[in-house]
Design a binder for this molecule. Structure first.
Ligand code: GLA
Length: 367
């Protein structure tokens, strides 16, 4: 060995010893949920304006999550309250937070019957006029955020919950004007506006066998008709009683037959018996007891166990709200892994440490 190569080796060894001394030990690096799940899927959260502006909340976002959804600020009504009148300030603030911090964004949502653009339909236009209005809205929003948004919930909640209904669709004003074209065309317009974004259909009660079948059947019809749909969003508004692991798996297995991408888009777990994405729940739950805290941690453990099992098709799991204080369900549903002071709860520990549930799932009883 020449003197020169000995010197070179000496330099490399000295440099790596120096660098080691500079680097914090692995266990000292802050590990959040996004790190714990880096081999499985992205971990996201829905945010409001406070979350992206209060420094402690910003820090929590950056530590725990690598995908962001705007809770309300990209929805149709807030972005275009009147035809051609755009309100971008709040959506821009969230998009800029993601741009500045290198976070990915899920776009939510382009068409929905709530928080919607009433001007699109309230003068009862014919189908052509309605579709042209819808196209112009979709193009405006999707084009504005195409550098930062990697996927869109294109249509939200267009299927009915009425298990007996012959028509699988929700009888919304949009559906009454344009039939299922309101859904199919929305996807075409979104693809025109951003050919690179993944396009999702998003709905709740997705573990109900009738609803999940309707979702899968609709996606099949869309694919047959050449509609560009890439994924299914399972909202994931659950409770401690259901779904069971088996029910959740059955829904995922049904969906993975028809799409290559599943996102859990709005995960929260209530400590009462209500479910779904509609507002038939009580904001006043019980005080959380130690056993309820355990039931909550156990149910989070169960659903994450299933999500890990299906990580090949699940790309992202998004929590609906940063903490119990931000939860749309109110503080007393205790629905998120962080309490009203933004401190991690037992559920958080069960998720990050991938723990098994301690107790069997409680049974729903009306007594
Ligand atoms: C639905 C919507 C979400 C949100 C929740 C409740 O699930 O998709 O955007 O509004 O309801 O907050």
């Amino acid at each position: 060995m020449t003197r020169r190569s000995l010197l070179a080796i000496g330099f490399i060894v000295a440099r790596s010893l120096f660098l080691d001394a500079q680097m914090p030990a692995q266990e000292n690096i802050a590990q959040g949920m996004k790190d714990a799940y880096k081999d499985y899927f992205m971990v996201g959260v829905a945010v409001n304006q406070r979350n992206i502006s209060v420094p402690e909340q910003q820090a929590l976002l950056l530590q725990e999550f690598n995908s962001i959804t705007a809770e309300n600020d990209m929805k149709p009504g807030p972005t275009e309250p009147q035809e051609g009148v755009y309100r971008w300030e709040k959506a821009d603030a969230i998009a800029n937070f993601c741009r500045e911090n290198g976070l990915k964004m899920r776009g939510h949502c382009l068409m929905w019957h709530n928080q919607t653009c009433r001007w699109m339909y309230e003068d009862n236009p014919d189908k052509e006029v309605f579709l042209a209005r819808m196209r112009s809205h979709i193009h405006a929003v999707v084009s504005r955020y195409k550098d930062v948004v990697y996927c869109w919930d294109v249509v939200n909640e267009a299927l009915t919950d009425d298990a007996m209904a012959e028509d699988p669709y929700r009888q919304s004003p949009m559906y009454k004007i344009a039939g299922e074209d309101f859904i199919f065309k929305a996807f075409e317009y979104a693809r025109e506006a951003d050919p690179d974004a993944l396009l999702f259909y998003n709905d709740y009660n997705e573990c109900d066998p009738v609803k999940s079948q309707r979702m899968a059947d609709m996606v099949k019809r869309m694919k047959k008709a050449g509609v560009p749909i890439d994924g299914i969003g399972m909202q994931g508004h659950y409770n401690i009683y259901s779904p069971t692991e088996k029910e959740l798996e059955q829904a995922i297995r049904k969906f993975r037959k028809v799409v290559d991408h599943i996102h859990v888009t709005e995960l929260d777990i209530r400590v009462n018996k209500d479910m779904g994405g509609n507002l038939r729940f009580s904001r006043e739950g019980m005080e959380i007891s130690d056993s309820t805290e355990q039931f909550l941690a156990d149910q989070y453990a169960r659903v994450f166990h299933v999500f890990r099992k299906y990580h090949k098709v699940i790309d992202c799991v998004t929590f609906w709200n940063l903490s119990d204080k931000d939860s749309w369900l109110g503080v007393r549903n205790y629905a998120t892994p962080f309490d009203a002071d933004y401190q991690p709860k037992r559920a958080y520990e069960y998720i990050v440490e991938k723990k098994a549930p301690l107790w069997p799932q409680p049974e729903k009883s009306d007594k």
